[in-house]
Ligand binder design. Structure first.
Ligand SMILES: *Cc1c(COP(=O)(O)O)cnc(C)c1O
Length: 234
């Protein structure tokens, strides 16, 4: 299958999920996750109209950003180490993976140095509670973190993100997505200054349909667009 057919299939599945979930048309944005994939693949998908691309490694994002059109919105979706913030703070459109005040502080500091007015971020939650993943757990912890980060002038919380576990039966992740939507509504109801809950970034190739039914408006899809990743070459 060509990248064009893959993309069309994903877009069709998104439309169908929007209908099943009684979501508003055009409410869901697709991020093409291009990690490990060559520039030529990104160019091909770009030529089809895609402008949002997701990467999980700082160095790879920087390399690709330097050689691709400037109107691409780069989303950093992978775990971010504080010592790497300086490389990307002026290159990313949004950082999906902020899970600590320490990291947010560093983003604020580097944004100031590089004269970036506001860095859009999402708070990464780990409701699946998998030990190997990064993220936060309890509601109090989450609210506390959000209110602390909201005080940073150069950081703007735009919503929440999660990476649900890989499951054979995607229904097993529905509860996680529901919880994410609920927490997002709770945070929104607090009307914290400098905090928007515009985005729920959840759902990957395996489970984006269920995520959309439950309220996702950013879905991060890699494999279903670009095909399987080959890590042995890296
Ligand atoms: C790799 C990755 C994706 C895309 O995964 P696929 O299963 O290939 O769609 C989405 N989100 C994050 C955080 C990722 O690291």
């Amino acid at each position: 299958m060509s990248l064009k057919e893959n993309l069309e299939n994903v877009e069709k599945e998104i439309e169908e999920s929007i209908e099943r979930g009684n979501r508003a048309k055009g409410d869901v944005k697709l991020i093409a996750v291009s990690k490990t994939k060559p520039i030529s693949d990104i160019e091909e998908v770009y030529a089809l109209g895609m402008r949002d691309f997701g990467e999980n490694k700082v160095q790879e994002l920087c390399e690709k950003e330097a050689s691709l059109p400037a109107d691409i919105r780069w989303h950093l979706i992978g775990h971010l180490q504080t010592n790497k913030v300086k490389y990307i703070v002026d290159k990313v459109y949004m950082i999906h993976s902020v899970d600590s005040l320490k990291l947010a502080n560093e983003i604020n500091k580097e944004a100031e140095k590089k004269n970036v007015d506001k860095v859009k971020i999402l708070i990464e939650l780990n409701l699946g509670m998998e030990e190997t993943k990064f993220g936060l757990e309890s509601e109090d912890e989450i609210l506390n973190l959000v209110s602390e980060i909201s005080k940073l002038p150069r950081v703007e919380i735009n919503g929440l993100m999660t990476v649900a576990p890989y499951v054979e039966n995607i229904e097993d992740n529905r509860e996680i997505f529901k919880q994410m939507k609920k927490i997002s509504s709770i945070i929104e109801s607090k009307h914290i200054p400098n905090v928007k809950m515009d985005y729920l970034s959840m759902g990957m190739s395996n489970d984006f349909t269920v995520a959309i039914e439950e309220g996702a408006n950013y879905v991060r899809v890699g494999t279903k667009i670009f095909g399987e990743r080959d890590y042995s070459k890296k």
